[in-house]
Design a protein around this ligand. Structure first.
Ligand SMILES: O=C1NC(=O)[C@@H](c2ccccc2)S1
Ligand SMILES: [Zn+2]
Length: 261
């Protein structure tokens, strides 16, 4: 539900103004996933991903990450199955990354950070009329998290990387009209799932997280391309867009389920 009111400035995280703790928050994200504490759930279904590459609209730098946004006016790009009761529509995907390869992901696995993490954000268009309303509801959103690890060059990611110089500054946008985000999702079906929240304001507890067990591999140049983006607008003193991840949050009374044994 909606967080109670609180004096935001007392809890702001210096880095990018996102509160460190939400008073009354019981299902905040991100969390550390302790592999041995996750519970295999045989009733979890395979996740069914159906994206139409022509629903891709543009890439924009919102001053916190770069978002690739999709036309979510119809059910052309959706996910269904997994832990989900309904079909969810793809709205956008974006990444979180570090200044160096030692950290950058939002979630950790057995306290290990990855250099970056992809989030594909979907909303429950069956139950709610708009994304903005879904953001406020416990079953409103479903986010697929994919870890990025340093390794071989990723062909599919490169088309995205080639476009980044055009969105170097905050509030810049370019058209990006065909891209299939499923090329960024590992073919291995294994995932963890838990009830969590947005990791940026409004931090609402509306996200069913689906975290893929297998990372994708990207090379150093591709990670460096993320790090040349800026938090700042053209003309302002340049601040490199790095370390745009929220600190880990307490698990509290939650169980992480796995789709695999
Ligand atoms: O997975 C997440 N990553 C973010 O930056 C958060 C967010 C906040 C608002 C809209 C979409 C995503 S929630
Ligand atoms: Zn995110």
């Amino acid at each position: 539900g909606a967080c109670c009111s609180y004096r935001l400035r007392d809890a702001l995280h210096p880095l990018w103004q996102s509160p460190l703790t939400i008073p009354g928050g019981t299902r905040q994200s991100p969390i550390n996933i302790q592999w041995r504490d996750s519970v295999y759930d045989p009733f979890l279904k395979p996740l069914k991903i159906s994206y139409d590459p022509t629903t891709c609209l543009h890439i924009w730098n919102n001053g916190y990450s770069f978002l690739v946004e999709f036309d979510d006016s119809t059910d052309r790009s959706t996910i269904v199955g997994g832990p989900l009761e309904n079909q969810y529509r793809l709205k956008q995907f974006h990444f979180h990354w570090g200044a160096i390869n030692e950290w950058g992901s939002e979630h950790t696995v057995d306290s290990k950070f990855y250099p970056a993490e992809l989030h594909l954000v979907h909303w429950n268009a069956v139950a709610y009329p708009t994304f903005e309303e879904a953001v406020m509801e416990g079953n409103g959103l479903a986010v697929i998290g994919v870890f990025l690890k340093l390794g071989t060059h990723h062909e599919g990611l490169q088309t995205l990387v080639d476009a980044l110089p055009a969105v170097k500054h905050k509030d810049t946008i370019i058209e990006f009209d065909v891209f299939d985000p499923s090329c960024l999702i590992p073919s291995c079906p294994d995932y963890w799932t838990y009830a969590g929240s947005l990791t940026t304001p409004p931090l609402t507890e509306s996200v069913t997280w689906i975290i893929k067990k297998k990372p994708i591999e990207v090379d150093e140049n591709q990670l460096e391309a993320f790090r040349m983006l800026l938090f700042t607008s053209d003309g302002e003193e340049e601040k490199r867009m790095v370390d745009n991840f929220r600190p880990l949050q307490p698990l509290m009374n939650r169980t992480v389920r796995s789709s695999f044994q």
